[in-house]
Design a protein around this ligand. Structure first.
Ligand SMILES: Cc1cc2nc3c(=O)[nH]c(=O)nc-3n(C[C@H](O)[C@H](O)[C@H](O)COP(=O)(O)OP(=O)(O)OC[C@H]3O[C@@H](n4cnc5c(N)ncnc54)[C@H](O)[C@@H]3O)c2cc1C
Length: 408
């Protein structure tokens, strides 16, 4: 049986929300411990879309130069492959000071945040440390720490505040009895990669077609591809030979036809079961939830990491002064974090749900004839104006109620 340790603030989950919050609190002088159940940050097909809002935060932290040195592909616009040709759909070029979205492996971003946080003696990162239960005070029931599994055995970590950044299947959320409201989604996503050749088009594309919607993210030497399918449809697809799936992709995107057989089996394809949900209440005494643990986002717009990071900045701004002062953080401060981040989360989720219902559900319900669809004339006319094309980039790339670092 392993012993116990204590910290002022214990963050469960070393994803974008947890690592950014850990860094900001450590930088402010708070004794903080981040627990991550995996032994590394290496997980393929996670949110890799780093939007201008996150680039801004990295710049405020003085990390932008080191971030720029990471392997990345910069996207200045999103285009659509339609039956009548390629049309521009979104344009980042009008955004200041960062007129692009960076596609960066999430593990590189997390490693950068971890390296920076490790500079502070009051920061501790425990890998292979999985929180399994909440510790509660016997007299008041207030959350007072977590019980964890480590390779050396169980470890009790006492904390004046526990922050759950443990993702969409949050164990802490369940342990606290907090239930998210399911907002519904008509789709799941199959993620895979195909080699990219020098002769391929060099944009980042949406490929809408009846029955299937593809997104082709240009990762310089490969295409990261999202195949959007009807909710729950993966099991049925996986019963069919992989050759059928390969043919479906080749029919839709001509220039990929010569390499679809590099998807050797269904093992090369990762399923993202899309969930859109939100906790009515993000906190209880001694515990706060942020990021995907408080609100799982639809993949539309690639906002997941970016909202998680905005949550972390808002939480650090509000919590750092309280954690630096003596005494236990009160629930009103935890409620203030939810109050600050609820509206921007609600707005983005409402837009995602509108697009899911109005466009994606209809596209997916149609019979897959392998053909591309034409862009409707009215949309073609409107998208000729850069101002219109900059709207999606502004909504998803910058978001609403943009956070800036106020913590010391
Ligand atoms: C396949 C896939 C593709 C995605 N694509 C995109 C995209 O293109 N763009 C985008 O913006 N978003 C995308 N997302 C969503 C994005 O990854 C998340 O929104 C974002 O990472 C949320 O950050 P988070 O820190 O809240 O949670 P997470 O990133 O989920 O991090 C949670 C962390 O907690 C750890 N953990 C969980 N339970 C415990 C525990 N009990 N104890 C200790 N550690 C624990 C996990 O190992 C993980 O490291 C994708 C998600 C998936 C699954």
């Amino acid at each position: 049986m392993q012993t116990s340790s204590n910290t002022r603030c214990c963050i469960v989950g070393g994803g974008p929300a947890g690592m950014m919050l850990g860094l900001l609190l450590a930088r402010a002088g708070v004794a903080v411990t981040v627990l991550e159940k995996h032994g590394d940050f290496l997980r393929d097909f996670r949110g890799d879309t780093v939007h201008p809002s996150t680039l801004d935060i990295l710049s405020e932290l003085g990390l932008k130069k080191r971030f720029d040195a990471l392997p990345q592909h910069r996207v200045t616009g999103i285009e659509g492959l339609f039956a009548d040709g390629i049309h521009a759909l979104g344009d980042f070029r009008g955004l200041k000071p960062f007129p692009y979205m960076a596609l960066v492996p999430q593990w590189d971003l997390l490693t950068l945040l971890a390296d920076e946080a490790e500079r502070y003696p009051n920061f501790t990162l425990r890998m292979r440390c999985e929180a399994t239960e909440l510790i509660r005070r016997e007299d008041t029931g207030r959350v007072a720490g977590v019980i964890t599994h480590t390779p050396e055995g169980p470890l009790h970590i006492g904390a004046d505040l526990v922050i759950g950044c443990d993702g969409r299947h949050s164990r802490l959320r369940n342990a606290a009895g907090l239930r998210p409201r399911d907002l519904g989604s008509p789709m799941d996503v199959l993620w895979f990669r195909l080699p990219r050749h020098a002769t391929d088009p060099d944009g980042t594309y949406g490929v809408p077609g009846r029955g299937t919607l593809l997104v082709l993210l240009n990762r310089t030497d490969y295409w990261q591809i999202a195949c959007v399918i009807p909710k729950g449809g993966a099991a049925q697809l996986r019963e069919r030979p992989i050759a059928e799936f390969q043919a479906r992709i080749a029919r839709r995107v001509d220039f990929l036809g010569d390499r679809v057989n590099s998807i050797a089996s269904w093992d090369d394809i990762k399923l993202l079961e899309v969930r859109v949900d939100r906790l009515p209440q993000w906190h209880c005494p001694g515990l706060l939830l942020i990021g995907d643990a408080a609100h799982a986002m639809s993949p539309i717009g690639g906002v997941g990491i970016n909202l998680a990071i905005q949550d972390a900045v808002a939480a650090a701004n509000l919590l750092a002064p309280v954690l630096l002062a003596p005494g236990l953080p009160d629930e009103a401060t935890l409620a203030a974090v939810q109050q600050r981040r609820l509206l921007p989360t609600k707005i983005i989720q409402a837009i995602q749900i509108f697009l899911q219902r109005r466009i994606i559900a209809r596209v997916l319900a149609a019979h897959d004839d392998g053909k591309l669809v034409a862009l409707p004339g009215a949309a073609r006319f409107l998208l000729r104006f850069r101002l219109i094309r900059s709207i999606p980039a502004r909504v998803f790339g910058v978001g609403f109620r943009r956070e800036h670092i106020d913590s010391p």
